[in-house]
Ligand binder design. Sequence first.
Ligand code: TPP
Ligand code: MG
Length: 343
Amino acid sequence: MSDAGTSGDVRQNGRNDEVGEEVRLRLFRSQFLIRKAEQRAYDLFLQNLVKGTSHLSIGQEAVAAGFAVAMRPGDLSFCTYRGHAHTLARGVPVEKVLGELMQRDNGLMRGKGGSMHLTSVEHGVMGSYAIVGAHLPIACGAAWRAQYRGEGDVSVCFFGDGTTNIGAFHEALNLAAVWKLPVVFVCENNLYMEYTPIRTVTAVPQPAADRARAYGLDRIVIDGNDADDVYLTARNAIARARAGDGPALIECLTYRHSGHSRADPAKYRPPGELEDWLKRDPIPLYRARLLGFDISEATLATIEAEVMREVEEATEACKAAPMPPADILATDVYADGGWAWRN
Ligand SMILES: Cc1ncc(C[n+]2csc(CCOP(=O)(O)OP(=O)(O)O)c2C)c(N)n1
Ligand SMILES: [Mg+2]
């Protein structure tokens, strides 16, 4: 457990030594890949190659990377409509995500789901949910299945600060605590629910953490822009859940650099707020930390070049990919693959 704002001189922060170089490089790669893939998604919008809306996590990458690196294959992620980052962090290829956003046949769901419905059971990505709060009880259900069958996987459920004022948040937290379910609830507090500052509509300062005690859980607030802090907190909570010690609720303080969705110019932000948070951009901070740990510039540059190549190749593959054929419209809609309504 830690308070926000711990990303000072890492050499004085003993916790960071627990991370180790191999994990730290994975955390760096993951954050960089999410950033570049989402920036490319935005470029593709501007070229009118992405249809519909989408919600970027630019600025929030450390949360997705920190949790995904702490998870095992077989653990499950549940995301909101702001789900590209978590999907990529679990290892879904960039081409699959961009292809889905571009409604191409090579997309994750062959172009039928789009930005807000990314799902890959194979990677443990159990869906992106556009109804605020809807996925928290579903994550409880998945965790109950793991507990009932003794399967040992942990469900990790990501949501925003605004979600903490939805009834399903409280119902899910209570049920998870009463049944000691192996589920970790992760609030990405980016200060806003759409265009409304969360502090103006919430009775307590920390919208998730300050409710934890009501469900018998620890109050955990961390710097969501510090990938090491996120990773270590995630690792601990996931281990406890896997050991049968029940759920956790973790509030990660972070900030989205762009608007709520692609149509939002984010004019409601007070002057200087974005600039302040850009100084705490998780990726340059983490890069500087790695150099401080004597990881070489060449090592980081190689990772960046590999990621850029992946994003370029994915972009070209998606631009060249066909639209899905019309005959897949009715598949994957009902469990049996058919389309007729059955009583
Ligand atoms: C039940 C419900 N109410 C309202 C909306 C409209 N809506 C979409 S996103 C959003 C804001 C959610 O904010 P937050 O939980 O902080 O997540 P963030 O977008 O910041 O990641 C709202 C109100 C919705 N999708 N579902
Ligand atoms: Mg929010």
